[in-house]
Design a protein around this ligand. Structure first.
Ligand code: NDP
Ligand code: OXD
Length: 307
């Protein structure tokens, strides 16, 4: 029985060590050329290889990342379970990044960075956290983990998801009917939605116009969810105050793209959260054990919903 690890050699070495210790009966291969395709039951990869059909006994396809939009779901063999990455390292890094982003937007760091360039020493009036309403677009694993860390700051917190949820300390909205109400009470919008056909382009001009004047955007989902032209217009018109983008479309943005130098925009190169080899290896091992015991897999993707 084989596990094919289709990613970088450094992480492969970590996985090899953890597998040797925890699942000695599963052989780990780092190269598809060295493995008998019939033996491959598990495959971990960022995108599916074109020749995935040759792994006729493949049972579980593990995504190297938390997102799975990079897989063409319709071309994956039907019997294969697709599993997104759920591991402590990704969660911790996202908690750090979202707290950093929300506090930066709350405390006007984008504006202060611009002032520094002009050698301007000018304090801006800042509302208290209790007066700055933060809203999460998506209330899944990562949003819930980030919310846990934000709670002590006392921002009024809300979230919008597809299905109904109840979370202590969070006003929960769901579905298309409740979207307008959610947006109307959101001063800092944190996008942590997965990219699906429903969420592609969701951050558009109409949506921005429903946010209160002076709202701010923290985008950590996926680039194609954002209409970048609409964002530029909303920033230039003064309706939106600032945006912090960890994801763009394309990545990176082309040289000279207006977002690169926009005074109200801060960009990071898709580093909010990165899969950590040690904790990821342990979580994959645990999931393989679950799979063998006939239990439900953590992070199993609903192929119809796309996340
Ligand atoms: P989850 O699958 O745990 O949660 C997704 C959430 O989005 C759920 O609350 C879901 O609603 C909601 N949702 C999905 N579709 C819709 C819709 N059409 N309308 C309303 N709500 C919707 O995802 P994670 O929290 O693990 O990850 C979220 C995304 O973060 C990833 O898909 C990835 O794109 C991005 N990411 C970015 C990283 C970065 O470094 N920038 C790193 C890791 C992930 P419901 O609960 O009702 O199902
Ligand atoms: C992920 C990412 O999906 O890094 O894990 O974006």
């Amino acid at each position: 029985m084989a596990f094919l690890f289709n990613s970088d050699p450094v992480r492969a070495a970590v996985f090899r060590k953890v597998f040797a210790r925890e699942l000695p009966d599963v052989e780990l291969f780092h190269s598809s050329e060295c493995v008998d395709p019939e033996k491959v039951r598990y495959l971990l990869t960022w995108t599916a290889p074109d020749d995935i059909a040759r792994y006729r006994n493949l049972e579980v396809l593990f995504s190297l990342g938390a997102g799975v939009d990079q897989f063409k779901r319709e071309s994956l063999p039907q019997q294969v379970k697709l599993v997104r990455m759920v591991e402590d390292g990704i969660i911790r890094m996202m908690q750090e990044y979202v707290v950093l982003g929300v506090l930066s937007l709350h405390r006007d760091m984008v504006a202060y960075r611009e002032q520094q360039k002009r050698q301007a020493w000018l304090g801006l009036a800042a509302p208290q956290a209790a007066e700055r309403r933060v809203g999460f677009f998506g209330l899944g694993m990562l949003a819930q983990a980030a919310i846990e860390r934000l709670l002590p700051f006392r921002f009024p917190l809300a979230a919008w998801s597809r299905s109904r949820k109840e979370i202590d300390g969070v006003t929960c909205f769901y579905g298309a009917d409740q979207l307008a109400g959610f947006l109307a009470r959101t001063d800092i919008l944190v996008c942590l939605l997965p990219l699906t056909e429903e969420t592609r382009g969701i951050l558009d001009a109409a949506l921005f116009s429903r946010l209160p004047a002076g709202a701010r955007l923290l985008h950590v989902g996926r680039g194609p969810q954002l209409d970048q032209t609409a964002l530029l217009q909303a920033l230039d018109s003064g309706h939106l105050d600032a945006a912090m983008l960890d994801v763009t479309d394309p990545e990176p943005l082309p040289d000279g793209h207006p977002l690169w130098r926009h005074p109200k925009v801060m960009i990071t190169p898709h580093i909010a959260s990165v899969t950590q080899a040690d904790s990821a290896a342990q979580s994959v091992v645990d999931n393989i054990r679950r799979h063998r015991a006939g239990e439900e897999l953590i992070g199993l993707v609903d192929r119809t919903l796309g996340y």
